[in-house]
Design a protein around this ligand. Structure first.
Ligand SMILES: *Cc1c(COP(=O)(O)O)cnc(C)c1O
Length: 389
């Protein structure tokens, strides 16, 4: 298991004469140069480890970038303002008008909106296919540049054959980019399986407390460098204060994720046998269509699972309204357990026919499991399911 202790040794905090264990926060927009010779060295070296202006980087952010790179086994990493910036900046940095992108279904809806509604305006076209290597291969065109997928997906937890995908990409000269937010580096390191870029909404497991929004991109140095330039140009930066907070919360991420892996799997297994449940979706359950790939690539299933209640819209609402520990809210990876009914939350603006085609029903609830006691959570789900009928 990757430990953040290892990465702390790699961070260049030893350059700080005070040798702090936690990184210093630099509340400055400007970094000075002693003389013109120093300035010339800087512009010639173009190193992300020397700073000029905080939109291009600052030492606190750089410290956290080393942590992300280390946790993902990447050559380099860059932080940005949000998970959405982490998903969009690489596309805007690496693709140009005329290029083609392959994206997979059961995806984060805002990413899909960016790809379907915004990118065509830039002359970039996309084919959206099932998270399946053969489907990706069939969609490759001469102008295809990038394959972008999520692992696992949500709310249905598809898991693509990652090594099949990355070797296909390498063979055909395509960049592979994995949104690994749901896995976290605790459960998966896509780069170890050949991926070029990994993106994270660090709002989730890294922040771990629903208190900030942040994103990160890790991977090949040449690609990350282009993404860093585009972030500096478009201005989607993460302030030093937020980088510090992210750094501190990441120290406990492995503990939190391991606990959430265990509690979530226990709840999913419990509800799979429940009389009021039609179906349970969780990456590691044998009933998952991609269970074999999930067990091959993921060290744990994470904190999310989805239930389809054996009733309709009204029972789904009654269930959500009857829980006492679980509360209604988006996001995941926090200490508090949360419920997200896709039909009235994430997928509210999706037409009913399209929702059905995506496999989303009126009776589904995505459950984000926190750090509470497993028996307390089990009892709450059970009493809410009894009350719903
Ligand atoms: C939350 C999320 C995002 C967007 O991240 P923000 O930090 O909210 O901008 C992107 N992809 C996935 C898979 C997510 O869960």
């Amino acid at each position: 298991m990757t430990s953040i202790t290892k990465s702390q040794n790699q961070i260049r905090l030893t350059a700080d004469p005070h040798k702090p264990l936690s990184p210093a926060i630099y509340p400055t927009s400007v970094f000075l140069f002693e003389n013109t010779a120093e300035l010339i060295d800087f512009v010639e070296a173009k190193s992300p480890d020397r700073f000029e202006y905080a939109r291009y980087g600052n030492p606190t952010r750089r410290a956290m970038e080393y942590v992300l790179a280390e946790l993902e086994g990447a050559e380099d990493a860059v932080l940005c303002a949000s998970g959405m910036a982490a998903c969009t900046m690489p596309v805007l940095a690496l693709l140009q008008s005329g290029d083609h992108l392959i994206f997979t279904s059961d995806s984060y809806l805002k990413t899909r909106t960016f790809i379907e509604k915004t990118l065509p305006g830039f002359g970039i076209t996309t084919t959206i296919v099932e998270p399946d290597v053969q489907a990706v291969e069939a969609a490759i065109r001469p102008e295809t540049k990038l394959v972008f997928t999520e692992m696992p997906t949500n709310p249905l937890y598809r898991v693509i054959d990652l090594e099949g995908l990355t070797s296909l990409c390498r063979k055909r000269g395509l960049i592979s980019m994995i949104d690994s937010t749901l896995a976290s580096p605790v459960n998966l390191n896509p780069i170890h399986h050949g991926a070029d870029l990994v993106v994270h909404s660090m709002t989730k497991y890294f922040a771990g407390q629903n208190d900030l929004i942040a994103g990160g991109v890790a991977g090949r140095k040449d690609l990350v460098s282009q993404v860093r330039d585009r972030i500096g140009e478009l201005g989607a930066i993460l302030p030093a204060q937020e980088c510090y907070r992210l750094y501190m919360s990441t120290k406990t991420m492995p503990l939190r994720v391991e606990r959430q892996n265990a509690t979530t799997l226990a709840l999913a297994e419990y509800l799979e046998g429940h009389a009021r449940i039609r179906k349970v979706y969780h990456p590691m359950l044998a009933s998952n269509v991609d269970a074999e790939q999930a067990r091959r690539y993921l060290r744990g299933g994470g904190c999310l699972f989805t239930i389809d209640i054996d009733g309709g819209f009204d029972q789904m609402r009654a269930f959500c309204d009857a829980t006492k520990v679980f509360r209604i809210g988006p996001s995941f990876g926090s200490p508090e357990s949360l419920l997200d009914p896709p039909v009235i939350m994430s997928h509210w603006n999706v037409a009913p026919e399209q929702r059905a085609a995506m496999g989303i029903t009126d009776s589904m609830v995505r459950i984000s499991v926190g750090l509470e006691d497993v028996n307390e959570l089990k009892a709450d789900l059970d009493q809410a399911l009894q009350k719903a009928f």
